[in-house]
Write a protein that binds this ligand. Structure first.
Ligand SMILES: C[S@@+](CC[C@H](N)C(=O)[O-])C[C@H]1O[C@@H](n2cnc3c(N)ncnc32)[C@H](O)[C@@H]1O
Length: 241
């Protein structure tokens, strides 16, 4: 496949993902809190604490959506830090902008861009976060390569993503929740049944931790550590360039 074809394929798939998020942007935060029983806040706080830790630096939040992870990073980083959030869905970014204008004006810059084609020079960020974003990307390896390109040597990538619990009993209960209750509630409240049918599908298709670790190492990251949270419903991967 030629480079142009790869770009076109990604743009097509990207457009459908982007329009799906566009249609649920207005209910996204509410549904996140409801469907995760409020745990989503803790997951993002854990992720942000692993990167920012009160020091000054340049941080990037990829697939920032409505900006909650970027806000947590901004809260934890030093005064002179710069925080940029990128996403290719303008409706999600509009929500992020509303939130940030109230909570922390001028602290986070928001840019409409695609993760696979980041509009930045090489080696400029001290830390990069991506929360619930990689799962939606058609070519995870390509997105990771692009992230690694803009990360400084020694900089860290923190990836927060859904995973499947290992405990068999909890796993069964979670599987019923994921395949029946979540799509039903999400579909009714957002008005987009397909988006919340896609969610469990994308979670089960996302590479398990061992495979993600492999992908990260192949793209130039090292010392990859995995931290499962809430019985493994999500896993935070921390890696260094
Ligand atoms: C599930 S939301 C996560 C938002 C936010 N990071 C959070 O923690 O809630 C996924 C976001 O990824 C964005 N996204 C998916 N694929 C993308 C890509 N290839 N480039 C840029 N943004 C992308 C979507 O537009 C959406 O806003």
């Amino acid at each position: 496949m030629r480079v142009d074809d790869v770009g076109q394929k990604m743009t097509k798939m990207g457009t459908s993902v982007s329009s799906m998020f566009s249609s649920i942007a207005f209910r996204y935060d509410f549904l996140n809190a409801l469907l995760s029983f409020g745990r989503d806040r803790y997951w993002r706080q854990f992720t942000a604490s692993s990167i920012a830790g009160e020091f000054e630096g340049a941080f990037l939040d990829v697939a920032t959506g409505t900006g909650d992870l970027a806000v947590e990073v901004a809260r934890r980083s030093g005064e002179k830090s710069s925080i940029i959030g990128i996403d290719f869905c303008q409706n999600m970014l509009d929500k992020a902008r509303d939130k940030m204008t109230k909570a922390m004006p001028g602290k986070v810059e928001l840019i409409c861009a695609q993760a696979e084609f980041l509009p930045f020079c090489d080696n400029i960020f001290d830390g990069i976060t991506v929360g619930f974003g990689l799962r939606n990307m058609p070519d995870i390896e390509r997105a990771l390569k692009e992230i690694v390109r803009v990360l400084k040597g020694g900089g860290r990538l923190i990836c927060l993503e859904f995973s499947l619990p290992e405990n068999k009993i909890f796993g069964r209960i979670y599987s019923i929740y994921l395949s029946r209750i979540l799509p039903f509630l999400g579909g009714i409240i957002s008005g987009n049944r397909e988006a919340y049918a896609y969610l469990p599908r994308s979670i089960s298709e996302f590479p398990p931790s061992s495979r993600l670790k492999e992908l990260m190492e192949r793209t130039g990251l090292r010392d990859v550590e995995a931290y499962p949270l809430t019985f493994g419903v999500v896993t935070v991967h921390i890696a260094t360039k």
